[in-house]
Design a protein around this ligand. Sequence first.
Ligand SMILES: NC(=O)c1ccc[n+]([C@@H]2O[C@H](COP(=O)([O-])OP(=O)(O)OC[C@H]3O[C@@H](n4cnc5c(N)ncnc54)[C@H](OP(=O)(O)O)[C@@H]3O)[C@@H](O)[C@H]2O)c1
Length: 244
Amino acid sequence: MNELDFSGKHVLVIGGSSGIGNGIARAFLARGAVVHVWGTRERKEDYSPEEGSVLEGLRYHKVDVLSSAELAAYEPPFESLDVLVQSQGLVLYRRAEFNPTEFRRVIETNLNSVMACAMKFHGLLAAARGTMIILSSIGAFLATKGNPAYSASKAGVLGLTRSLGQAWAADGIRVNAIAPGLVETKLTRVTTGDQSRLAATLQRIPLGRIGTVEEMAGVALFLASPLSSYIVGQTMVVDGGRLL
Ligand SMILES: NC(=O)c1ccc[n+]([C@@H]2O[C@H](COP(=O)([O-])OP(=O)(O)OC[C@H]3O[C@@H](n4cnc5c(N)ncnc54)[C@H](OP(=O)(O)O)[C@@H]3O)[C@@H](O)[C@H]2O)c1
């Protein structure tokens, strides 16, 4: 038996249009799954590999998770859902998160939409006895000086993962989260594209390098597979040792 063969399985990656979510979507595709991804742009062609988006073979749908109308209008083209990955995320720089409106926008994107999407797909996940994987961050465990909303939202995701893990275990759904350290995506270019900032960050990572989307995808495959069948409500830190 190959526990990492997802042939015949249906996977939806919210935030699968780019970065970590896109890497996770491609990993499931490579292992036989039918993979649907959501992003904010109108069409698949609006994304490019230079930005960290490779959408070939993935079924793209535009759904802005900040729009309850768009979320409600999405009719799933599958009758049961084996894996739901929630990788949508927003961070605002230059102290914008200290503005109350922007603070709410980040919480809305990174936390409230996760609950809304979880509820939308609860029935389909239960039908498949599926798994849900949420992207948290090491910002859930650390103070992030310039990003109070990001840190609060990711700590919120940690709590939500525990509560939904407990609440939905009886429905046969396993809920877990991944807390990445630094991975190069369009969300983190501010750091990875700035040599002095990057060098300062690398000094604090015992493995001495940033992570890759493939390394995050490996953990997602594990959490969606029978190899992790006794893990529920946990947040797995995948950070090259940064939190140590
Ligand atoms: N990269 C890191 O170092 C790192 C570290 C810790 C945690 N994370 C978390 O990992 C997740 C993925 O981030 P990433 O680094 O891969 O960044 P990314 O490349 O910018 O991906 C973010 C994804 O979220 C989608 N998204 C944002 N707002 C949305 C909305 N309103 N409706 C629907 N989709 C929306 C984006 O869609 P578009 O492509 O259309 O913009 C994109 O697919 C996030 O939750 C992030 O907080 C990342």
